[in-house]
Design a protein around this ligand. Sequence first.
Ligand SMILES: [Zn+2]
Length: 281
Amino acid sequence: MPELPEVEITARLLDRALRGALIESALAPGINALKTIDPALGELQGRHIDAVRRRGKHLIVEVSGGLALLVHLMNAGRLQLYDRRAGPRDRTSRLLVRIADGRELRLREFGSKQAAWVKLLRAGALEEDPALAKLGPEAWPDAPPLEHVLDAPRPLHALLRDQRAIAGIGRSWADEILWSAQLSPFKRGEDLDEEERERLAEAIQSTLATALAHYEEVVRLPIPDKLPMPLRVHRHEGEPCPRCAETLRSVHFEDYVIAYCPACQTEGRVLKDRRLSRLLR
Ligand SMILES: [Zn+2]
């Protein structure tokens, strides 16, 4: 799933390319993707794109005259800009915004599921939309306040991914952040001492900033279908830890897989799968 760095680089590149662009028309071939009916998509016609920005894992396309497209890519969505229009046999497009100069902004989705969604909202209703209203402070660029977030008897991996606590981090970057901070994914937030809290705060900032710097170097428009994520731990189980060369391990938790280094993060302990309890329910 695209997380903060992937959504941020998408917003930045689209913002640079689309500021001031005149919208010729918009349509939604993915009938399930568009979650609003008023204002109608036709209202985008003849307006300009003012800005493209990110909030949490959402993209916001601000349009002149007080309209905004709110987009969530979910697991397999991409917001891509092409020089040409999609052909009639394109099955991945959920939303097409045609630019007067011939370019086309497309919300595409890969795989069989239709989960990515878009809302056309009046700008005044944007912040009150339930998807944005419930989000916590951004994980980056300013360090989010962690005190109340960590005062919970919940595992760090779950706390970092809780969008109401801190917005933007998902399972990939949670693995990277906890590895960077040398903290166990199952350590409870309330059990962190002052020094560990500082380490975690620093790891959130440095990990996300490093990922973004990497994307600024390598990603160009159109955003590739598969972004080359610069991950060092997530999905690297079985490989040597980049810090200490111990073999990275993985553990199943709920319905996903957490990767970690036993030497750097769990005092040598190999964690047991926690999915059994779920299967037995
Ligand atoms: Zn290690």
